[in-house]
Design a protein around this ligand. Structure first.
Ligand code: PMP
Length: 437
């Protein structure tokens, strides 16, 4: 074995040149620009099942899955049929439709943690609204977030840790006023003392603590269940709400997501990705009492021209109906766990400094020999060079991973044993190339 020749990217490169004239960085969302991996971004033309095809006709087994929504794979017939059917009646009304009730029932029926929900058009909107709701409900302004968790690009959440254990955050984007960042307290994950200190220092000022179901936007930072329970209790003890951001984990880990996985009751839940079946949908939910604070029932304003869009609802309805079939998650998670376990066995047998962190059908390739990585500070930035080599070798072998070593991969129900075998062999070869350098 050894390096494979690069796939042709002529058409993609041509499209990228054009796109650069229209969009900053040639893209409509930054990671897509392939800045931390080799080559120009691939322009995707088509997806079906576990495969995607780029503009040059290259075929890939896809483990990005549109960053999580496509748990059934691309272009699932049931989703496509439902969307096509609903589209015959028009695309948007800005008025209630029965489809919203239908998707809400599918979500609420599967979830013991929330009583009422509100649909938005993205995860960012859902989380931004959840924060406003927490502030409106508690009458407090500050929020606590964790270094290494991503919650979308709203102002209050584009904040990174300052120096020191418990500090006001610093903005992590130009254009976010310092005064906004000052309302966000950023602390490290997996550190109980930091939680206690933050609550002590900002007594009766904290509206909410927000944490990802499983932090999966900066590597996969698996937290201990006892730590998650501790956070739940710390919120209760200090009169703050717990916002569990399940934009990735909602309907990914199982029908009740990370809340059930840890058996903790969040005060506000946020969902996105999977509940939209690949169309733009987000959602936040809470008890009827808390949700009663949302306009028009209450004083917390939140709205959306395309919220609850019928076509998006249709995709979500079809997808969640499939997920609700008995044994769905058991089959998916077993398949994914066998896949990652064999990759780990291969790497361990060869003494490669490589670890696959995983939960359900989520996985993250880390070039490390640490048994656990629970905080962003433990990620070796230098190891991303290895990911870059791996990403190139995998593309050249027909495997598509998200173009950043900090991003997780997803196994979908559409990945058959045959394709997972193929992917495994490609991953073994790519690892051999990475570690022969
Ligand atoms: N929260 C989490 C946990 C996410 O993973 C994401 C997106 N990756 C968001 C919020 C933002 O969602 P969106 O990109 O749909 O705005």
């Amino acid at each position: 074995t050894g390096s494979k020749p690069d796939i042709s990217r002529e058409k993609s490169a041509e499209l990228y040149e054009k796109a650069k004239k229209y969009f900053p960085g040639g893209v409509n969302s930054p990671v897509r620009a392939f800045k931390s991996v080799y080559g120009t971004p691939l322009f995707i033309q088509k997806g079906d099942g576990c495969f995607v095809w780029d503009a040059d006709g290259n075929q890939f087994i896809d483990f990005c899955g549109s960053w999580g929504p496509l748990i059934l794979g691309h272009n699932h017939p049931k989703v496509r049929e439902k969307v096509t059917e609903v589209m015959q009646n028009g695309m948007s009304f800005g008025a209630p439709t029965a489809l919203e009730n239908e998707l809400a029932e599918l979500i609420l029926k599967n979830n013991r943690y929330v009583e009422k929900i509100r649909f938005t058009s993205s995860g960012t909107e859902a989380v931004m609204s959840a924060i406003r709701l927490a502030r409106g409900f508690t009458g407090r302004d500050k929020i606590i977030k964790f270094d290494g968790c991503y919650h979308g690009h709203s102002d209050s959440l584009l904040v990174k840790a300052g120096s020191g254990l418990v500090t006001f955050g610093e903005t992590s984007s130009a254009g976010v006023p310092k005064s906004f960042a000052a309302e966000t307290i950023v602390i490290p994950l997996n550190d109980r003392q930091a939680v206690e200190e933050a609550f002590a220092r900002f007594k009766e000022q904290v509206a909410a603590v927000i944490i990802e179901g499983i932090p999966a936007n900066n590597g996969l930072l698996l937290q201990e269940p006892e730590y998650m329970k501790f956070i739940r209790e710390a919120c209760t003890a200090n009169g703050a709400l717990l916002i569990l951001d399940e934009v990735i984990t909602g309907f990914r880990l199982g029908l009740e997501g990370a809340a059930a996985h840890y058996d903790i009751k969040p005060d506000i839940l946020t969902y996105g990705k999977i509940i939209g079946g690949g169309l733009p949908v987000g959602m936040y939910g809470a008890s009827a009492e808390i949700m009663g604070h949302i306009s028009p029932d209450g004083g917390v304003y939140q709205a959306g021209t395309l919220s609850g869009n019928p076509v998006a609802m249709a995709a979500g309805i079809a997808q969640i109906t499939e997920l609700s079939r008995s044994g769905f998650y058991k089959d998916l998670n077993t398949k994914a766990q066998e896949f990652v376990a064999s990759i780990q066995r291969f790497a361990t047998a060869r003494n490669y400094r490589f670890k696959v962190f995983t939960a359900g059908s989520i996985f993250w390739f880390a070039f490390t020999d640490q048994e656990h990585i629970r905080t962003s500070a433990e990620i070796d930035a230098g190891s991303m060079e290895k990911f870059k080599v791996m990403h190139r070798e995998l593309l050249n072998r027909g495997i598509y991973l998200g173009p950043s070593g900090y991003e997780v991969g997803f196994v979908s129900a559409a990945h058959s044993k045959i394709e997972l075998e193929k992917a495994k062999r490609a991953i073994f070869e790519a690892l051999d190339v990475v570690f022969s350098n």
